[in-house]
Ligand binder design. Structure first.
Ligand code: NAD
Length: 436
């Protein structure tokens, strides 16, 4: 077989240690616990509560796919549309052996709240195929992608459900989805997916958007504490798309990046690491391990290192009841989805740590995906400065709305974020009324 089509990533979805996957770490429960808290404070009508606790549509498909060997395999695929009251569903597609309907459902709900929080006109969805793309050829991956797209084609569309990349899918996969959908519809429909190559309707600034969004909200949080990015000591877990861009942009604003990690290990230097040089190192060596200018430390130790800002930007459930008491950061900016368990939240709150929750901190990605959809539909493309300026304005506005809600309800920032988001989705349902 030739080179695998997708290089192994081993982050979300590939759980680091399945035995430690406790109830504390069930993504649907963790999300629902926060939703319940927000719903209670909003005094949500019991009927609406039931509506918002259930996904609108759950699709399970069997995908017969020919392997290069001539053998026929059948893969299972899911697509969940959690809520579309505010607009077309928006959510990524992951290809992973650990994909389950329960997980896809949780992630679809998450997308619903995230889009509502940054006030973009999308609902939430998610999809996945149970497969191991690291063992598949490019041709096999293309056949799985096209068959999956054809099997769920009736829900897809710029006005109904717009996928994006997620674990083990990328812009190549998005291009195949766009092509398959367009062939069925007999004309080119670029706005059916986001995260596409720029040459075929992708947006400038999309690749950096999530890390850039993290930088904006961290800057705002620091200002609230009377500090600035200039001179702030930052530790970043994960040196992939989100972590490396966040580290690079924060360093450009004058922050001192004292530690970064990836799957291969962590590097620490209290005087500050040279992020552009580390980016070059990782490009060449494909991992951080061995980087010479700093002291090597264990991946876990990074989370409790002396710093002002901790950016978990790797994977879920890394801040738990076990390590939360040792965290020294004043601010946690959740670049990753679900890095903090509900039990850890309580500990962080008692310690007075300012948490910028995932649905706010990493919403820069979906915000620029929204820009991509707008540009595709308008057929008019913006320069990168325009994208970045508009992103900044949306992130800062959302940050301030959460800050006001935190004060108003006397809750932590995560619950405040859920309050803002759930209230917006609920308001739309009330205005629309219930079709019967
Ligand atoms: P990525 O695959 O590009 O990078 C992940 C990084 O984390 C890699 O450097 C990997 O080596 C590292 N890593 C994995 N396990 C680790 C561990 N135990 N300790 C330290 N490092 C570890 O992925 P990404 O796109 O940067 O996504 C990271 C997180 O951000 C995920 O939770 C993802 O869902 C979330 N997110 C990403 C985007 C986006 O636009 N890319 C948007 C929203 C949320």
């Amino acid at each position: 077989m030739s080179e695998p089509a997708i290089q192994p990533q081993g982050h979300i979805g590939i759980r680091p240690d399945k035995d430690t996957f406790l109830a504390e770490e069930n993504p649907f429960e963790a999300m629902m616990e926060r939703f319940d808290h927000a719903a209670q404070l909003l005094n949500l009508d019991p009927g609406l509560y039931k509506v918002l606790r259930n996904p609108e549509k759950q699709i399970i498909v069997s995908l017969p796919v020919l392997r290069d060997s001539g053998e026929l395999d059948v893969y299972t695929g899911f697509r969940v549309l959690y809520n579309t009251s505010r607009g077309p569903a928006k959510g990524g597609i992951r290809f992973d052996l650990n994909v389950t309907l329960e997980e896809v459902k949780a992630l679809a709900a998450w997308m619903t709240w995230k889009c509502a929080l940054v006030n973009i006109p999308f609902g939430g969805s998610k999809g996945g195929v149970v497969c191991d793309p690291t063992t598949m050829s490019m041709a096999e991956l293309e056949r799985v992608t096209r068959r999956y797209t054809a099997s769920i084609i009736e829900v897809l569309g710029p006005d109904s459900d717009v996928p994006a990349p997620d674990v083990n899918t990328n812009e190549r996969v998005m291009a195949w989805i766009m092509d398959t959908y367009s062939m069925h519809h007999r004309h080119t429909v670029t706005a059916v997916v986001t995260g596409k190559p720029v040459e075929m309707g992708g947006s400038l600034g999309r690749r950096e958007a999530t890390g850039r969004g993290c930088m904006f909200v961290t800057r705002e949080a620091l200002a609230k504490l009377g500090m600035s990015l200039k001179g702030a000591r930052v530790a970043v877990q994960g040196f992939g798309n989100v972590g490396s861009v966040a580290a690079d942009l924060m360093a450009k604003e004058g922050a001192v990046i004292v530690a970064v990690s990836d799957k291969s290990g962590a590097v620490h230097n209290p005087q500050g690491l040279d992020i552009p040089e580390m980016l070059k190192w990782v490009k060449e060596h494909r991992q951080l391990a061995g980087y010479p200018k700093g002291e090597q430390m264990s991946k876990d130790a990074l989370l409790t290192v002396e710093c002002d800002v901790l950016v978990p930007a790797a994977t879920e459930n890394v801040i738990t009841r076990k390590n939360a008491p040792q965290i020294k950061a004043k601010i946690i900016c959740e670049g990753a989805n679900g890095p903090t368990t509900a039990a850890a939240d309580e500990i962080l709150e008692k310690k007075g740590i300012f948490v910028i929750p995932d649905i706010l901190a990493n919403a820069g990605g979906v915000t620029v995906s929204y820009f991509e959809w707008v540009q595709d539909r308008g057929g008019y493309f913006w320069d990168e400065d325009t994208v970045n300026r508009r992103l900044e304005s949306i992130m800062v506005r959302a940050f301030n709305e959460v800050a006001v809600t935190t004060e108003k309800y006397k809750v932590n920032t995560r619950i405040a974020s859920y309050i803002v988001a759930v209230d917006r989705v609920a308001a739309m349902h009330r205005l629309r009324g219930m079709y019967a």
